[in-house]
Design a protein. Sequence first.
Length: 168
Amino acid sequence: MNTGAAARPYRILFVCMGNICRSPMAEAVTRGMAQSEGLASLLETASAGTHGHYHAGEPPDPRALRVGAKHGYDLSKIRARRVIEADFDRFDRILAMDEANLSILQRLCPEESRAKLGLFLDYAPELGVSEVPDPYYGAESGFERVLVLCERAARGLLAACEHGQLAR
């Protein structure tokens, strides 16, 4: 385990479109799993959106709040915000929920920070899917599916952090 006293936590930013569904779920699930597994000191998590200021300052979608709480993840303190230029310097990994948001991040990102970009589900290759589906226009069951995908990817991400496999 790479937890030397001098090592700072990995800084992970999760990104979806509006920052009210998938990315806050990924943030809360990853943080919650890290805490329950005694790995909280290994990482800092945050989330943001790529699109406009539609939901800036708002809490996550009520369905995300309910599903998260039902499974023991607290999303209540998360507030939507847009990706900003400073994020590309601040975070070690910037993980998009889908290819469309990854493409937007690639256009926004300075060349020297491109290696930080990826898809969250890259940390769960066994699933055979690369995108977390957007549940916004569907039923609460879509949020349940997002939570399951986030838990699987969070396990892989935490293992990479724990074994010092992420670049800083």
